[in-house]
Design a protein around this ligand. Structure first.
Ligand code: PEP
Ligand code: MN
Length: 274
């Protein structure tokens, strides 16, 4: 595999800084928030809640890649405005998805980290465009991408000059259909072995089932992931996207409490010293 910018030098991983938050320095980072920003009140209350319970970064989609063109597509710039206000109010950095190279310059002013979604993992012009910015990138694994495809996508970004990339395992399509995707947790240690980049796990999209978010996050912790990204909504039953996989505030509180109580046991796994 021809990795020139994201390979491991001297067996050392790198950490990625998102404002004052560091992913990949041995800590286990929780990124949390709704699938989509739906209103200023909902993103503000979610920001308050997740930050107070231990999330380091707020997520919230404003440009949504929906399977159906008739499904809710996100609030676009209006949603980014709400996300930024919540970020400033709670003093928490934010990550949001960019789907189109033409939107990179606009979204740049609103977010602290760009998310490249699963459906765009091999949108090479988008990868190159974000690679020319100075913002950290959350790169999600394509739903039919091999580990090599995934690393090569990260290489596209890094080759443009930006190696502040966090890889995210979010499940792949298999014959199994009780779960939304099959969360490939073996990806975590192999990605960390092959590249210098930090790796996080998305158990929300990885399973599509809220009851599985905590168990799969504990598994992610045990295999050495540098963090998780989870969907949280003030009223999951009424969420405009990904309702079934979103945690309520109460569920997130239990979730964060369990993770934070156990995370220090797995520091060696995160550092790859096993
Ligand atoms: C999301 O994070 O809301 C999302 C659409 O994720 P993915 O690209 O992994 O499907
Ligand atoms: Mn979602």
């Amino acid at each position: 595999m021809d990795l020139r910018y994201i390979s491991k030098e001297n067996n050392q991983g790198i950490s990625v800084k998102i404002k004052d938050i560091v992913i990949g320095n041995g800590d286990f980072t929780i990124i949390a928030g709704p699938c989509s920003v739906e209103s200023s009140e909902m993103i503000l209350s979610t920001a308050q809640h997740v930050k107070s319970k231990g999330a380091a970064i707020l997520r919230g989609g404003a440009f949504k890649p929906r399977t159906s063109p008739y499904a809710f597509q996100g609030l676009k710039e209006e949603g980014l405005d709400m996300l930024k206000a919540a970020s400033q109010n709670e003093n928490i950095p934010v990550v949001s998805e960019v789907m189109d190279p033409r939107d990179v310059a606009v979204i740049y002013d609103y977010v602290d980290m760009f998310q490249i979604g699963s459906r765009n993992m091999q949108n090479f012009s988008l990868l190159k465009e974000v690679g020319r910015t100075d913002k950290p990138i959350l790169l999600k694994r394509g739903m039919a991408a091999t580990i090599e495809d995934f690393l090569m996508a990260a290489e596209y970004i890094a080759a443009e000059g930006n190696d502040r990339i966090v890889l995210c395992e979010r499940g792949i399509r298999t014959f199994e259909n009780i779960t939304r995707n099959t969360l490939d947790l073996a990806a975590v240690p192999i990605l960390k072995k092959l590249s210098k980049l930090p790796v996080i796990v998305d158990p929300s999209h990885g399973t599509g089932i809220r009851e599985l978010v905590l168990p799969m996050s504990l598994a992610a912790l045990a295999v050495g992931a540098d963090g998780v990204i989870v969907e949280v909504h003030p009223d999951p039953a009424c969420a405009l996207s990904d309702a079934e996989q979103s945690l309520s505030f109460e569920q997130f509180e239990t979730f964060a409490e369990k993770i934070n109580r156990l995370k220090h046991y797995f520091e060696d796994m995160r550092k790859g010293s096993y």
